[in-house]
Design a protein around this ligand. Structure first.
Ligand code: ME8
Length: 633
């Protein structure tokens, strides 16, 4: 017996077409979490794979004139390589539901549950959503369509095996209630509880009429329902039946990371299968939000997809990974736009991170011949050291809560602090005063050290940049432990190697100088305002005390903002971009003399300043905290 293993899974994807940015999102997030836990020295099992059976795949194969196995095998090969290989997905196992090891598990589970009376034979009469491969009773349909995806359903009446889910309804409710971490985020947990309390019907788990699936062992005219088959993959990959010793270390899974549309399968059907098998339940099912294209979920069946490989070719691996990991607020939906990807890369990676590294190596070259000086006592470098210590803990806390985007936000803030700090310390001025040599050394040391720390902190998320940073810093290029991100470990006397920019700025039509010059030419008479015009706007610092959802309005949040004198209510259209907890306590800039308006029955007394591009928005906040009511001019 070894150590217990940290076990994380992605959904196993349908190879009914090539995968897209949406599937890549889940997989890259799981990859970052797996890499983080490995860096923490834990044994990790990270599993992804493909869900290859079912009627939809059988139909696609028929249209393509291939056998189902030929059809899926070609797509699966492309998913493994180039898709996951080029995104550097560090999975430990890739499971295909067509593998013999999986057939054995599914048939054994089926037989066991049948023998124990949890599976019985009856007649299924109801509705089937083919794209989702899900069964529905008449009462659950919405306007005659699938309640999950809104697409048409087909009527089915056939002999079927049923899984006695109803038996476990109360036990399931009790489990969810007593394990707050079981379904996350909390909003999904409430949805699932409501679904369970409305009454659980037994589930049809076999089909006749097509053959592309795992046969029911005792009745091979039936194939096992594709979801019953697919969910069991998590057991197969953990070594259930094939390797009991391994299974004892890996099971239960720590995290099933899934899109929100399949939380119901994972947090109701799957745990009930496990309860019936008398196996422990997974610790957490995390249902993340969707990558949207415009207002619609990106999906294979809708065909509105973006190929991650095209983005890697265009913008580079780390830019794509960073965008996916940081830009979609974890748990909520986020729109994909190429503009936002470019903006993120240029601002966070090229400007902030890239500049920090090139500024650091350049200054060490200029002021100390390229050698990293020692850190002297009596320095005020504690500010940076303290900030590093805080971010170190914050990243740990975020990753433990699966808040990958928030972890990256904390790292991005550290990069900005380091850039600001080095500017404020004015090393060029220190260099002119020989008596302040120690202070200069400290600034240079701090710059090198914060770059080294960042290369460790970024290791779970980015692939090339941490190595490139360490190469330029002249230190061992591989990172072994998260603990290396403790401040103060830079090997003094190291010679830095200044190199190419870490992330070249992405030039677009809009940002290229040619286009900009043209725009100026065209603008003959700019629409100037006078300073008096500007002064009419009363801009003030405020602090968000409370943020609340406005019922029935997807885009709005009701904010209570303290403006130095009183709490004012501001209704703001930023709900898609912020989580409540990220706003509460934030300082903002508010327009204090905007005429109040009624929005959704709420009197809104002002507005917040925010910058935006299509698909991305950021609330303007002062770079240092200020007393509320301070004038902004
Ligand atoms: O549901 N945004 O497979 P699938 C974010 N085979 N994530 C997205 C997304 C989007 N627009 N589109 C897809 C299945 N995903 C089943 C799973 S598991 C036992 C069986 C991701 O190919 C997200 O993780 O339809 C979603 O749950 C999954 O891909 C669905 O993949």
């Amino acid at each position: 017996m070894g150590n217990p293993v940290w076990y994380i899974t992605t959904p196993i994807y349908y190879p009914s077409g090539d995968l897209h940015v949406g599937n890549a999102y889940t997989t890259v997030v799981a990859d970052a979490l797996a890499r983080y836990h490995r860096l923490q020295g834990e044994p990790v099992l990270f599993v992804t794979g493909t869900d290859e059976h079912g009627q939809k795949i059988a139909k696609n194969a028929e249209v393509a004139g291939l056998s189902p196995l030929q059809y899926v095998s070609e797509i699966v090969a492309r998913i493994q390589d180039p898709l996951w290989s080029r995104l550097h997905i560090s999975y430990d196992d890739f499971i295909r539901t067509t593998e013999p090891r999986h057939y054995r598990v599914v048939q054994s589970i089926f037989s066991q549950l049948e023998a124990e009376g949890d599976i019985y034979k009856g007649v299924y009469e109801g509705w089937y959503c083919l794209p989702d491969e899900s069964f529905w009773t008449e009462s659950k349909l919405v306007d005659g369509h699938c309640p999950d995806c809104g697409r048409p359903v087909e009527k089915v009446r056939q002999e079927s095996y049923f899984f006695r889910m109803n038996r476990y309804q109360d036990a399931m409710i009790a489990h969810i209630e007593s394990h707050p971490e079981f379904i996350q985020p909390a909003s999904r947990r409430n949805e699932m509880l409501a679904f369970l309390r409305a009454g659980l019907e037994d589930l049809s788990i076999s089909r006749t009429g097509f053959r592309w699936g795992i046969p029911v062992p005792s009745d091979p005219d039936h194939v096992i329902y594709v979801w019953f088959d697919a969910l069991a993959n998590y057991l197969t990959a953990a070594g259930y039946l094939s390797d009991p010793e391994r299974f004892a270390r890996t099971w239960p899974a720590d995290v099933h990371l899934v899109g929100k549309e399949i939380v119901r399968f994972h947090s109701i059907i799957w745990p009930i299968m496990l309860m019936a098998l008398k196996l422990p339940l997974p610790r957490t099912i995390f249902g993340h939000g969707w990558v949207l294209l415009g207002d619609t979920k990106m999906s294979k069946s809708r065909g509105n997809v973006v190929d991650p490989l095209v983005l890697i070719d265009r913008y580079g691996l780390d830019a794509v990974r960073y965008y996916l990991l940081k830009e979609v607020p974890f748990g909520a939906d986020g729109s994909y736009t190429e503009d936002a990807l470019i903006l993120r890369t240029n601002v966070d990676l090229a400007n902030d991170l890239g500049n920090l590294l090139s500024r650091s190596t350049a200054m060490i070259e200029r002021f100390n011949g390229g050698v990293v000086p020692p850190l002297h006592a009596a320095s005020d470098s504690h500010v940076l050291a303290d900030e590093v210590a805080r971010v170190y803990k914050e990243v740990e806390a975020c990753m433990n809560r699966l808040e990958v985007s928030v972890a990256l936000t904390a790292i991005a803030a550290l990069i900005r602090v380091a850039n600001n700090d080095s500017e404020e310390q004015q090393p060029w001025a220190l260099a002119r005063q020989p008596e302040r040599r120690e202070e200069l050394d400290n600034v240079l040391y701090n710059l090198a050290e914060v770059c080294r720390v960042l290369s460790v902190l970024l290791t779970p998320f980015l692939i090339d940049a941490p190595t490139a940073m360490r190469h330029q810093l002249g230190i061992d290029e591989s990172v072994h432990r998260y603990q290396e991100a403790v401040f103060g470990g830079f090997p003094v006397g190291t010679r830095v190697r200044r190199g190419d920019p870490l992330f070249p700025r992405i030039e677009t039509e809009a940002s290229s100088p040619k286009k900009a010059a043209k725009t100026v030419e065209v603008e003959e008479e700019p629409n100037w305002i006078s300073i008096e015009d500007f002064q009419k706007i009363d801009l003030r610092i405020g602090t968000v005390k409370r943020a609340e959802i406005v019922e029935g309005a997807d885009r709005l949040l009701k904010l209570t903002v303290f403006d130095g004198e009183h709490d004012r209510i501001i209704v703001s259209g930023i709900r898609q971009y912020y989580k409540i907890e990220d706003l509460e306590g934030q300082q903002v800039v508010l327009v204090a003399n905007l005429k109040p308006v009624m929005l959704r029955g709420i009197r809104s007394e002002g507005m917040l300043l925010a910058g935006s591009v299509p698909g991305a928005l950021s609330v303007v906040t002062p770079s240092r905290s200020l007393p509320e009511g301070a004038r902004v001019k």
